[in-house]
Design a protein around this ligand. Sequence first.
Ligand SMILES: [Zn+2]
Ligand SMILES: [Zn+2]
Length: 278
Amino acid sequence: MLTDYHLHLRPDEEGTTFERFFTAENVDRYLAAAAAAEVEELGVSEHVYRFSQALELWSHPLWESNGRDDLDAYCEFVRATPLKLGVECDFIPGAEDRTANLLEPRDFDYVVGSVHFIGDDAVDHPGWDIWEGSSDPDEVWRRYFEALAECARSGLFDILAHPDLVKVWGGTRPAPERDPRFFYEPAIEAIAESGIAVEVSTAGLRKPVGELYPARAFAEMCVEAGAPFALSSDAHLPEQVGFGYDVAVDFLESLGVREICVFEQRQRRLGPLPSRVG
Ligand SMILES: [Zn+2]
Ligand SMILES: [Zn+2]
């Protein structure tokens, strides 16, 4: 079976209001796209920073200008649809208890944990670009994967999102000198200890880097560590549902991975992957 759990019902741009995108018609567009892509399990995981409740976790200016919607209204809306209910929640160092207080009372099927920021700077967000100025790539990569390790180890999340997002800009940003495996190591250790599912995301295929998250070497280290995988597109539009799944399924197959994670009420089981897609 195929899943697409990490997806958004709207683009990240300003003006993409809850009222405009959280509608039965829009959900139907995503369901139709999932059916066409033979994705059986479809879930939504809106960014936590779009909700006013996230301001209890962090007061970054980007969050303050985006945190408008009500998390409970979102949960209620999704529960009335055939979609699984998830949320994409940033790992905020020092806010672990507040994050647990936000997540635990709500009946999510899964929580996608992600790292987009190092300090106040983002690895993937223009306007807060960590690469502006004189960032040392070895330092950026080291700090990114250390944050990812903390995210995994926090125990707050079911799925570790786009695990090597730091590479998103590809050759348009400086690359570290050292072998990437050196930077992956602390994250892999935390993945192994925590048992968190590792996301294979086709979103990287749509970005300047032009490849899946994570890189093959990272995925091979996850396989060695016995980590399970989850599969998602990180779609922000209906036509991105199941995007690049032929590439992702081939990738998993080439790693000897035959099953992916299926979630319900934050319980995980493994489902068989089809041998070929598209
Ligand atoms: Zn993300
Ligand atoms: Zn996302």
